[in-house]
Design a protein around this ligand. Structure first.
Ligand code: SF4
Length: 261
């Protein structure tokens, strides 16, 4: 057995520090004898509180440790066991950190019928109109929404400046921006292409919609400096043009001619 190393955060209680076999027995209350290995470490957790660590030799638990915390009450000679748990060591195989589904979801993950509610305080959206400063209950708010709808004020929330900037950056950096491989190899950019449809609004000077049914980006937002090989003004070089077919040859031989020969 290797030497016990002691990590001292506070001065360890000598009695609790010596209670290695008591700690081992506590593990054996919950585990098989073959599941516990050598004593690895003793950690002083606080005044008269020490945690003993043992190797876990159970199959599938490589790198895990049995952690047994023992304590001694003031003016008492005996040590008692506080808890026995399995904890991962440095080379233990553990699950990756939990990421909430809202942060994991990506474009393309939604299936028909799936719902993805937007948070009330989503910074990408701002209210289209205000409910005023007076406290209102749900019925009052519903009434105001109905009046706003009747007056044609439109949607309850609209895109915020932040939401618009995020979208523009995402589009520009994505597959329909200037750095996409297809744009890098294109003979010219969308801005000179006859298939580019202009859009209205604040992003109209930067983006349009591709309306070429033969292009990969048909029906999608493209940046003006995007481009592709289906550009309206693309012409093939002479050497790339299809070779013209030869004149057709007419075979005038008839069954009668064959019999004569
Ligand atoms: S066909 Fe190509 S170059 Fe023309 S608008 Fe569409 S993506 Fe741009």
């Amino acid at each position: 057995m290797r030497d016990v190393t002691t990590t001292v955060r506070t001065k360890p209680d000598a009695t609790a520090l010596a209670a290695v076999e008591l700690a081992r027995a506590a593990v054996l209350d919950d585990a098989e004898a073959g599941d516990i290995g050598e004593h690895l470490d003793s950690v002083a957790e606080g005044e008269r509180v020490v945690t003993h660590l043992f190797a876990c030799t159970r199959t599938g638990y490589r790198g895990w440790r049995w952690s047994v915390t023992v304590a001694r009450a003031p003016r008492q000679k005996h040590v008692t066991v506080d808890e026995v748990v399995l904890v991962p060591g440095e080379d233990a195989i553990v699950a990756p950190p939990w990421v909430p589904y809202r942060e994991r979801i990506e474009p393309g993950d939604l299936s028909p019928g799936d719902l993805l509610p937007v948070a009330d305080d989503d910074p990408r959206l701002v209210p289209t109109y205000s409910f005023g400063d007076d406290p209102l209950d749900a019925d009052d708010k519903a009434q105001i929404r109905q009046v706003a709808q009747d007056l044609g004020l439109g949607r309850t929330r609209t895109l915020s400046l932040e939401g618009r900037d995020l979208a523009a950056q995402r589009w520009y950096d994505g597959d329909r921006g200037p750095s996409a491989p297809i744009a890098q190899a294109a003979p010219d950019s969308c801005t000179t292409c006859g298939f580019l449809m202009r859009i209205a609004g604040p992003l109209s000077e930067m983006f349009g919609v591709c309306a070429n049914g033969d292009a990969n980006d048909d029906g999608r937002i493209v940046s003006f400096d995007h481009g592709c090989g289906a550009h309206s003004e693309v012409r093939l070089a002479k050497k790339h043009e299809p070779v013209p077919l030869p004149e057709p040859a007419f075979d005038t031989l008839t069954p009668g001619d064959v019999e004569r020969f």
